[in-house]
Design a protein around this ligand. Structure first.
Ligand SMILES: [Zn+2]
Length: 147
């Protein structure tokens, strides 16, 4: 198992408990559609000023390349609800094993907050890590130059 030590971050005291976010990700995992890999994943995003979380699950497809990760699924739900600045995301794969986001999801999440906190399941305890530490140099267009 990978050591999370280089990526650890602290959880702000004014955020809801990290364990609650991780529980929401585990509940979202129950909705996963993963008939091919059998690897179900759930994600829950925390947004400031909102008591409930945006959740998502992985959705696989017969055409494997179209499969969608839980983290991106949750981020899409967040944007569809008019929010674009998540504070943290919990990711739940196999119980007790930290499920790190894939490279595509690291880039996708960095679009909305490069300083995002991640909550992972480390032996049944929430482990907080920093997206900035995991993915220090995302591709970001210069926002001033966007059409
Ligand atoms: Zn992913």
């Amino acid at each position: 198992m990978i050591s999370l030590s280089p990526f650890r971050a602290s959880w702000p005291g004014d955020y809801p408990p990290a364990a609650r976010l991780l529980d929401a990700a585990k509940m979202a995992r129950e909705k996963a559609y993963a008939p091919y890999s059998g690897f179900s994943v759930g994600a829950a995003l925390l947004v400031r000023g909102r008591p409930e979380f945006f959740t998502g699950c992985n959705v696989e497809n017969s055409s494997y390349g179209l499969s969608f990760c839980a983290e991106r699924s949750a981020a899409v739900a967040m944007v569809a609800a008019g929010k674009t600045h998540p504070l943290a995301v919990a990711i739940a794969g196999q119980d007790g094993v930290p499920c790190l986001p894939c490279g595509a999801c690291r880039q996708f999440l960095a679009e909305f907050n490069p300083e995002l906190l991640l909550v992972l399941d480390e032996g049944g305890t929430p482990a907080v890590v920093s997206l900035a530490a995991l993915f220090p140099a995302p591709f970001l267009l210069n926002r001033e130059n966007r059409p």
